[in-house]
Structures are given as structure tokens and as C-alpha cells.
Ligand binder design. Structure first.
Ligand code: ADP
Ligand code: ZN
Ligand code: ZN
Length: 698
């Protein structure tokens, strides 16, 4: 056998252990992407084959076994690239791409008519042997309804099998994911002239040998999804696959629904709410080519589609494309890479694209709503003079509105609790943050680590029973707005079935939908006549260079949910009515906003004019200064020009300290950070410190 050696990456989370390691190649069928179980030190680990070799300097052992599913070779390449791009390890990156585990193909008994069964059914009352075939009415009905899975009728079918009329055998059965149907099903509409021009521009790229990457910048309701659907149809006709990335599936059931309605079983969905069996079946359908379109959130960027022709990132400004765990990959960059690997067209769509995308991608514009209605007027209301969370003007509009969406970016009942006698503030014992009251759940909870306690009745410090609740969140707002006499629905991370809430809001004749940012995401309700941003300052005051961008996007996206039928108003409450992000959003001037924002970023050398990399060191609370701070100090010293170390608030019982690099040369900066983290983390002195690297932090 040529190449008698396999190079593998054992899947371990240890940062220090990096392959590839050589093993004996079991047989010719084992190649790049094969999954093996290998002996590794004293452990047995799953390992991915990343290469083949002729010779090795080591004395080799053989893998313990070859596992049944394999990773496509292009995903192995992608994994190795991703590990380097995000200063992680190949093992951690490849772990993201594995076939779903903990499930197998579901096999059930399938019954079909034999030739004899066929003849009997066609009215032949003579079996081949010559004897009369007598069947009960029930048996005739059974025969008529074949082929199908045997299910409860197995014993009756077995009797027909014994008479040679039916054949029964095992067959794989797909566990098809269910999905909510939200939004009226409409037939494919005739494209308007803007859409046709946009589609032509996309299709021109699908025929180009090296397609350009596109940004579909279309106002809310301009019919971007219809472009994705048409481009997908054309790509399928060319015999190539389609990947559609969407923000979070529970919140965007409409996209799945529209793809399934248009393309049927060739659509597979991959998301975290699927059961293990469903996920496995969907993955296999994609890998085998039985399905050629995948719709899913961030992690679906690793869907095993063989010949990709089109990759769509819908709502490309959405923060959920960034992975929170290591590797902290950005699915938008990974999508770009996958599209490039396959020579596929990348289409990023948004009404509020990121300045980065406007800077890097070829822009196609959809300037108008398909329904011909203008964008709704946006009123800015100055909160400084108002008492309470809802300005009188907002209150009046809520009374008049038939269907309203109200956005407040805080979940729970109130922001924090204090003791009126001694001033005690209820804080998380693990994190330096206040606990949030959740009346529904009869608890106060930490939004960072999930710690929860009973709602306090007395102060443990002074015994006082006078406990004040400050500020309000979505839960309290839901309660307060009920006084208006309209049904109030709430949507936030505490709500289990977001799809059901959206469906109920769509059906309702009069209602108020209250929620966090999720209410501004991509939903298409025709008859919302009021949108309210209750606290536009919560995103604007955030100490982050993306604060402007986020605020602009939030207001614009919410405005996009209102007035689709032609009537509608948006109210934005703020204590800073002159803030430019809000003013641009109120004028629906995204070009103006983007131009100013890009200018500001260039001046301050922020992305896309630099690359930011953040290293966070964490250690359990203990000696002072904390171990995390010492490690961060050493990392900072190895990275000339970096900022820090700066302490972060304590999280999950860990002291944290960060170093930030702002680099002109992306590739070399990532490699330098990686090298610094490797050196410092390998030192004995930092044994109890954990390190995380975030390239392009959000
Ligand atoms: P966007 O994603 O740009 O916000 P959608 O794709 O959700 O917009 O389109 C908004 C609505 O308009 C959808 O219900 C869609 O079916 C409908 N639509 C799209 N294109 C057309 C068209 N050319 N004519 C009529 N209706 C259309
Ligand atoms: Zn007290
Ligand atoms: Zn906590």
C-alpha cells in the first residue's frame, strides 16, 4: 500500500497537545477525513486523519478501530485553516465539524408488495400455485396501502409475508425536523426591476470562474429572501449545493419555512434544537447528496455539502455569527473561506450591513420596499424630562396602536435589588455583577453564569424587610403594558418557544410584542403599526467601538418591522436626542451613517482598518495580585504595542485580565499572539491560568 502511514489529530482540548501524530494506516479505505479511535498515552481518543505519509521517524502503533462516519476532506482543510486563523488548536477546530455523535441511522421494517401481492391486488384471484387466494377486507386494505413502514401492523403484514404476498425488510427512516409555519405562504412573486437587477448580478457571479463576494444591501422588506431563493434555484439547476446561514433558528422560522416550501426535501436544517437523531439524519442527507440545501445558524457553516455553488449569510450584521467558545470563530469569515474553497458565490445580506462588509464586499443595493410603501417615520423622544420608563408620547401611541413591537434590551423584572436600610446590593457570588429579579421564575439570577437564588424577603446583613427593586426589564414591562387592555406577548431568552410567540403575534388582531433585541430580527409581519425602542441609550453607552453601529442597526431593524402595510410609526426614546447614530437611523440614511462610521474607524484605526485580537487570562480567586494578572502581564510584554493588562470583572469565580492587540498586519499578528500564548501558558508558573484568544472580538 502506498502511503502506509496516517497523520492524525487526536481530539483533545489541551492547548499544549498538537499533532499531527503518526499511526499505521489500517487499510486503503482510510484517508483524509477518516475518523479513528487511537491509543494516545494512556487514553483512547477519537482522531481525525489530516494527511497520509510514506515514512515516519517514529515507531508506529495501529489505531484501535476505524469509526463509521468520515469528515469530507474540504472540512479537514477548513478545520486546519480555522485553527490558525483563530489561534486555536486543530483538535478544537476539527471537533466543530464532526458528524453528530450519539446517534445512528434509524432502521425500521419496510413492507412492500411482492409480484404475487401485486397480482392478487389487481384482481387475480388465483395464486401461482393455483389455489384461490382469499383475503379479508382488512388484508386487502393493508395491501393497497403499501409500500410503507410496517409500524403497528407488523404481525398482520407478517401473515401476508408468509403467504408470499408481501416482502418485509429493514430500511433507514429519516427523522425529519418539525418547524413552525410562520408567515403566510405565498407563491413565488414576480420580481420587481430592482430585484431582477440584483438577481442578475448574483447570477453573473455564479458563472464567473472566480466569483466576487457580494453584499446585498437592501432596506427591510425589499425582498432579499426572494433573491436568495431564485439564486438557490439556479445553483441547484447547475448541480451545485447551497448553504444559507441565518441568525438563530428559533427566531427565524420564516426562512426555513420559505426554503422548505420552495424546495421540499432537498432542504436540510441543522440547528441546536434538533434531537440527536434528527441532526444525524440531516447531516447524513447532506453528506450523501440526498439534500443539497442547508439552512441553519452559525454552526451550519460546517454542513457537509460537497459542491457548494452559493453561500448566503442573511442578516450579516447579527452578533450570533460569532462563536463564544474556543475557537472563537466568526461564521461570516468561515463562510467566506468556504465559498472561496469551492469557487462558490458568497452573498451577505442586510439592511444594516457592517462597515467591514461595506468596505470589503461588492455592494448590490435594493433601495425600496417591495410593497411600494415608504419606510415609516421615526420620532425621537427626549427621555430626560420624562418620569418613568415610558414617555407620555409613547404611551399615547401605544394606546392608539393596533399591533406594536416594544424593544427593551433587558430581560427580567428589575435590574438590581438594594436594601433600603443598609444599602446592600444583591450580587452574584461568582461574578461581580448584580442579580436580576425574575418574578416568573421566583428567583434572582445572574445573567452571566446562571447562578440563581430565592427572591430575598429580608436583608441578610441588617434584617430589614424593605428591599427596593430598581429599573425595569421585559418581564415588568409585559406586566405594566397589560393595563392598556391589549394582549401582551413577550419574547426574550427566557421564553422557551420563540416560534410559538411569533406565530401568536402574527395571528393576533391587536397585540403588543415586548422583548429584547430578538424582536427586531428579520420577522415579516404585515400589519405592525408601531415600533418602540424604549432605551436606545443602552446600546449607545456601551463602551465599545461598535456601539454606534449596534444602535443604528437596532433602530433601523425595528423600524423595518413596522409599517409594512403602509401605515406605521417608530418611536425612539433616548436621553441623547442628538446622537448621530440615532439621527441617521431616524432619517433612514444608511449610506450617510456608513460613510461617517468608516471615516471615524479609519481615523481611530479600528476594523476594517486594523485587526483586533484580545487575550483573556483567567484564574480562580486567591492570592493577590491574581495569577491571571501576572500571566497577562507576561503576554503583554511579549507583544510590543499591545494594550493592557486590564482587569475585567470577575466571572464564574475567576479573576480575569485582558490584553488587546490592534494590528495592521493580520496574519503575522495572529501568529505572534499565538506564540506568546503558547509560551506563557506552557510555563509552570501559569499552570492554573486559562487562556482564551479572541480574534475579531465582537
Ligand atoms: P427582506 O428580507 O428584504 O426584509 P423579504 O424577502 O422578507 O424582505 O420580503 C418581504 C415580503 O415581500 C415577503 O413576504 C416576500 O414574499 C414579499 N415579496 C418579495 N418580493 C416580492 C415581489 N417582487 N412582489 C411582491 N412581494 C414580494
Ligand atoms: Zn440591609
Ligand atoms: Zn454569576
Amino acid at each position: 500500500m502506498s502511503h502506509p502511514i496516517v497523520q492524525v489529530e487526536p481530539l483533545t482540548t489541551a492547548r499544549a497537545l498538537r499533532g499531527p501524530f503518526d499511526y499505521v494506516r489500517p487499510d486503503e479505505s482510510v484517508g483524509v477525513g477518516s475518523l479513528l479511535e487511537v491509543p494516545f498515552g494512556r487514553q483512547r481518543l477519537t482522531a481525525v486523519v489530516t494527511g497520509l505519509a510514506e515514512e515516519s521517524e517514529h515507531r508506529l502503533v495501529a489505531p484501535l478501530r476505524v469509526l463509521p462516519d468520515a469528515l469530507p476532506a474540504d472540512l479537514v482543510d477548513l478545520g486546519l485553516w480555522l485553527a490558525r486563523e483563530y489561534a486555536s488548536t486543530p483538535a478544537r477546530a476539527l471537533s466543530l465539524m464532526l458528524p453528530p455523535r450519539g446517534a445512528r441511522e434509524k432502521v425500521q421494517l419496510w413492507a412492500q408488495r411482492t409480484e404475487d401481492g401485486e397480482m392478487v391486488l389487481q384482481g387475480t384471484d388465483q395464486a401461482p400455485g393455483g389455489s384461490a387466494v382469499r383475503l379479508t377486507a382488512k388484508q386487502v386494505a393493508l395491501l393497497q396501502h403499501l409500500p410503507r413502514f410496517a409500524g403497528d401492523d407488523l404481525s398482520a403484514l407478517r401473515r401476508l409475508e408468509a403467504r408470499g404476498l408481501v416482502a418485509i425488510g429493514p430500511r433507514g427512516r429519516r427523522r425529519a425536523p418539525a418547524h413552525h409555519a410562520v408567515g403566510a405562504r405565498r407563491a413565488a412573486p414576480q420580481l420587481n426591476a430592482d430585484q431582477q437587477a440584483a438577481l442578475d448580478a448574483v447570477l453573473a457571479e455564479t458563472r464567473a470562474p472566480r466569483p466576487r463576494q457580494l453584499l446585498l444591501h437592501g432596506v427591510t422588506g425589499s425582498g432579499k429572501t426572494e433573491i436568495y431563493l431564485r439564486a438557490a434555484a439556479e445553483t441547484l439547476a447547475q448541480g451545485r449545493g447551497v448553504l444559507i446561514l441565518v441568525p438563530e433558528i428559533g427566531l427565524t422560522p420564516q426562512m426555513i419555512d420559505r426554503f422548505v416550501t420552495r424546495f421540499g426535501d432537498t432542504v436540510a436544517v441543522l440547528h441546536s434544537k434538533l434531537g440527536a437523531g434528527e441532526r444525524y439524519d440531516e447531516w447524513r442527507r447532506l453528506q450523501s447528496g440526498a439534500a443539497q440545501v442547508c439552512v441553519g445558524p452559525r454552526s451550519a457553516v460546517f454542513a457537509p455539502i460537497a459542491h457548494l455553488g452559493l453561500v448566503v449569510v442573511d442578516e450579516e450584521h447579527d452578533g450570533s455569527y460569532k462563536n463564544e467558545g474556543d475557537p472563537r470563530y466568526d461564521a461570516r469569515l468561515v463562510a467566506e473561506k468556504r465559498a472561496a474553497q469551492h469557487g462558490a458565490v458568497l452573498v451577505c445580506g442586510s439592511a444594516t450591513p457592517r462597515p467591514e462588509s461595506v468596505h470589503a464586499l461588492h455592494r448590490i443595493v435594493l433601495p425600496r420596499r417591495v410593497d411600494g410603501a415608504g419606510l415609516p417615520p421615526v420620532e425621537i423622544v427626549d427621555l430626560k424630562a420624562a418620569h418613568g420608563a415610558v414617555h407620555p408620547r409613547t404611551h399615547e401611541a401605544l394606546v392608539d396602536a393596533r399591533k406594536a413591537i416594544v424593544l427593551l434590551n433587558r430581560r427580567g423584572w428589575s435590574n438590581f435589588l438594594t436594601c433600603r436600610s443598609c444599602g446592600r446590593v444583591w450580587e452574584c457570588p461568582q461574578c461581580d455583577v448584580a442579580l436580576i429579579l425574575h418574578r416568573d421564575q421566583h428567583a434572582v439570577a445572574c445573567h452571566h453564569c446562571g447562578h440563581r437564588e430565592q427572591i430575598p424577603e429580608t436583608c441578610p446583613d441588617c434584617g430589614s424587610v424593605s428591599i427596593a427593586r430598581h429599573g425595569s426589564g421585559t418581564e415588568r414591562l409585559e406586566h405594566d403594558l397589560a393595563a392598556l387592555g391589549k394582549p401582551v406577548l413577550r419574547l426574550d431568552a427566557d421564553v422557551k418557544d420563540a416560534g410559538a410567540v411569533l406565530a401568536a403575534f402574527e395571528r393576533a388582531d391587536r397585540a403588543i410584542l415586548v422583548g429584547t433585541q430578538v424582536v427586531a430580527k428579520g420577522h415579516d409581519f404585515p400589519d405592525v403599526d408601531l415600533g418602540v425602542v424604549l432605551d436606545a441609550d443602552s446600546t449607545l453607552r456601551f463602551p465599545d467601538f461598535r456601539a454606534e453601529e449596534r444602535t443604528f442597526a437596532l433602530v433601523t431593524q425595528l423600524a423595518g418591522r413596522a409599517g409594512r402595510g403602509g401605515r406605521g410609526t417608530v418611536i425612539v426614546q433616548t436621553i441623547d436626542p442628538t446622537a448621530s447614530a440615532i439621527a441617521y437611523a431616524a432619517r433612514h440614511d444608511s449610506d450617510g451613517f456608513l460613510a461617517e462610521e468608516l471615516e471615524r474607524r479609519e481615523l481611530l484605526r479600528y476594523p476594517p482598518f486594523s485587526t483586533l485580537i484580545r487575550v483573556v487570562c483567567a484564574s480562580v480567586s486567591g492570592p493577590h495580585p491574581p495569577a491571571a494578572h501576572l500571566a497577562a502581564t507576561e503576554i503583554q510584554a511579549r507583544l510590543p504595542g499591545s494594550l493592557g493588562p486590564a482587569p475585567l470583572f470577575r466571572l464564574r469565580g475567576k479573576e480575569r485580565s485582558q490584553v488587546v492587540v490592534k494590528a495592521g498586519e493580520r496574519r503575522s499578528a495572529i501568529d505572534q499572539v499565538d506564540a506568546a500564548v503558547r509560551e506563557v501558558s506552557a510555563a509552570k508558573a501559569h499552570k492554573h491560568v486559562s487562556f482564551s484568544v479572541d480574534v475579531d472580538p465582537q
